[in-house]
Design a protein around this ligand. Structure first.
Ligand SMILES: [Zn+2]
Length: 232
């Protein structure tokens, strides 16, 4: 940063101080989105550190997933809830890329997903995309890609445009509907590859499962799942 620019930044920060998303403290010049103290106390799941972490069980008996990793534990009222709120509803897409990169580096350092070929973010429903203006999972994938040094692609996994709205369906047929929500536009690009599906939060895993199923229809693919947070 040039001296002039830095001075301007300092002046701006007097009027518009950048605040920590978690504790609300004023951020130091070298801090981004979260203060150092909050960063050190992020509620990590440690799913990438522990063998046979409970998270690995989430897709068991449903769909074959190589590895499932989630960075943070989402609990009602914890800082992760606020981070996700900022990421999804307050236009703070950069925090997705920031934490995605942080996690990507952690996974990389542990040698996790070293043989993966590409990262595919879960696409947002077109209606939501119009309202929000961006897909938060795409921003997480962007950061993850940087940290893991694995490319990401936003066109291979798409939403099918011809699905009926879920609300109009009965409870029974809702699952059928979810299954057809996704489409793979370029199977050749991922045939025989290890694909990472990336999303913001892993809850029941139903949406992710639908995406994984669709990808696994392409011959020779293997799939892992990485999310920023989990409510599990
Ligand atoms: Zn803080």
């Amino acid at each position: 940063m040039t001296k002039k620019f830095s001075l301007l930044n300092n002046l701006l920060s007097v009027f518009y101080p950048r605040l920590c998303l978690s504790c609300g403290d004023v951020l130091q010049e070298n801090e981004e989105h979260l203060c150092l103290n909050c960063q050190l106390h992020l509620p990590e799941t440690d799913s990438h550190k522990v063998e046979n972490h409970p998270l690995e069980q989430i897709f068991r008996g449903r769909v074959p997933v190589e590895n499932t990793y989630a960075f943070l534990s989402f609990r009602k009222g914890n800082c992760v809830q606020e981070i996700l709120h900022q990421l999804k509803y307050k236009g703070n897409k950069e925090v997705g890329a920031y934490l995605g990169e942080m996690y990507g580096k952690k996974l990389h350092a542990k040698g996790r997903l070293a043989d993966a070929d590409c990262i595919l973010p879960i696409p947002l429903h077109p209606k939501k995309l119009r309202i929000r203006g961006y897909n938060q999972s795409e921003w997480i994938a962007k950061g993850l890609s940087k940290g893991l040094q694995i490319p990401y692609d936003t066109h291979i996994l798409m939403r099918s445009t011809f699905t009926e709205t879920q609300t109009r369906k009965s409870r029974f047929s809702r699952w059928e509907n979810v299954k057809e929500v996704f489409a793979v536009t370029d199977g050749d690009a991922i045939a025989g590859k290890h694909v990472i599906v990336c999303d913001d939060v892993l809850t029941t895993g139903a949406t992710t499962e639908a995406a994984v199923r669709k990808i696994l229809e392409v011959p020779g693919t293997r799939v892992s799942v990485v999310t920023l947070a989990t409510a599990q």
